[in-house]
Write a protein that binds this ligand. Structure first.
Ligand SMILES: NC(=O)c1ccc[n+]([C@@H]2O[C@H](COP(=O)([O-])OP(=O)(O)OC[C@H]3O[C@@H](n4cnc5c(N)ncnc54)[C@H](O)[C@@H]3O)[C@@H](O)[C@H]2O)c1
Length: 386
């Protein structure tokens, strides 16, 4: 993994500048499409107009604080120097009403108006906060997402969901609202720590398992730490899968529920971890959840060859998660307490009444949603899987 040399950014005071028309054109033409590789930075900068006409929209940047010391991808350095920037410390804690108020205040003090555009640079947490703020400031202003984590690229930047956590409940306040553009540039991944690569890899794996056996074939024998990975290709395929699902069911009435594969157990583990003060990354928890769901799927499938491929996938995920570095987290997750997990699973917002409704594979690359899962079944599956 290549690591850029840490550099401290000497930022000039904010200068409010006019966007060039070219950005407006780019937004209309590419509405909600992923841009691979990135949208040219030149489009966002002042005085970069191609037609001589200058747009009324000014840019305000919300950026992950990590890029005060880490070098950002080269296309974005100028953006951070030439537009007003508000820095956000990433992490679940930034998805709060207090942080949202801080950003609203900054926008107001900077006299941002409803024609302006908020450019959000960061992982899933900064994007969830930024998109929520943009969707509510002056009843909603335009925003552009520039994801910097693998999870942000293949998952959080797609699908128009934003939100903050409230009263201890994750993503409980927010909305569905699409960005005007998403600029994906895999160069950001060069500085991403291995554990964050693993988090994103788990979501990529999920996309493949629920709807694309070809991508699964590609991922199955790789790990996110392989030097030879063609990130452009893999990220493009991962984003296409999510985009396709979201396009067919934007408000999550049916097919979009598939994206929750592994998440019912994963969220239960995260809630248990939060209660016990145990550090647990979302991607790792989802990985454990997918292993349990794969065992459940295998027992419901009749064809032996399909059963075997599903169980092989579970073995692949185990080998990615159960490593020397992650051995404590793995052991914490798999200790035998399915009853406690069940208690949290019942609270999942996908459920109806007291039945847990979950996602199950029919085969690799195809899945069904709203499958009822009983406590007895879950306990048996858990004991078999771990
Ligand atoms: N809106 C959606 O549809 C959606 C979908 C999936 C997940 N999410 C949300 O995404 C969040 C998780 O996102 P995440 O995993 O990106 O976490 P994150 O934003 O907290 O980023 C993880 C860590 O990586 C650092 N980082 C970011 N980019 C970096 C880079 N290029 N180099 C080095 N370090 C970098 C951050 O500073 C942070 O410490 C969760 O809150 C989850 O709920 C939202």
């Amino acid at each position: 993994m290549l690591l850029h040399q840490a550099t401290t950014w000497a930022l000039r005071p904010p200068r409010l500048s006019r966007f060039a028309t070219v950005l407006k054109q780019s937004m209309t033409q590419n509405q909600n499409k992923q841009n691979l590789p990135s949208v040219s930075l030149a489009n966002f900068l002042p005085n970069s107009t191609q037609s001589g006409e200058v747009s009324k929209s000014r840019g305000f940047v919300l950026c992950d604080e990590a890029f005060q010391t880490l070098l950002p991808a080269h296309n974005y350095k100028e953006l951070l120097l030439k537009l007003p920037v508000h820095w956000i410390r990433a992490g679940e804690h930034c998805k709060s009403i207090e942080k949202a108020q801080e950003v609203w205040r900054w926008l107001e003090a900077s006299r941002a108006d409803r024609f302006d555009t908020i450019i959000i640079i960061g992982g899933g947490t900064v994007m969830d906060l930024g998109a929520f703020v943009a969707s509510t400031y002056k009843r909603g202003v335009k925003f552009i997402l520039i994801p910097t984590t693998l999870l942000g690229m293949v998952d959080a930047s797609i699908g128009g969901k934003n939100g903050i956590n409230f009263n201890g409940v994750k993503n409980s306040i927010g909305s569905f609202n699409k960005p005007t553009d998403v600029a994906v540039d895999v160069e950001w991944l060069k500085t991403l720590p291995p554990k964050e690569l693993l988090n994103g890899w788990m979501e990529l794996t999920k996309h493949a398992l629920i709807s694309n056996a070809v991508l699964w074939d590609d991922l199955q024998n790789k790990s996110p730490y392989d030097e030879s990975i063609d990130w452009n290709r893999i990220v493009e395929r991962g984003t296409e899968i999510k985009q396709h699902i979201v396009d067919s069911d934007f408000h999550e009435q049916g097919e979009r529920k598939l994206l929750n594969f592994g998440h019912t157990v994963g969220h239960a583990l995260e809630s248990l971890a939060a209660r016990e003060g145990q550090a647990l990354d979302h991607g790792f928890a989802v990985g454990i959840g997918m292993i349990a769901s794969l065992y459940w799927s295998a027992q419901s499938v009749d064809e032996i060859s399909k059963q075997n491929s599903i169980l092989e996938a579970a073995v692949t995920l185990k080998s990615l998660l159960k490593t020397n570095e992650n051995c404590d987290t793995w052991n914490w997750c798999i200790q035998g307490r399915p009853q406690q997990l069940w208690h949290f699973m019942l609270k999942d917002k996908k459920n109806q009444a007291s039945t847990v409704l979950d996602i199950r594979l029919l085969e690799i690359g195809s899945a069904e949603w709203d499958c009822p899962l009983t406590q007895i079944d879950f306990e048996n599956i858990w004991n078999r899987a771990f």
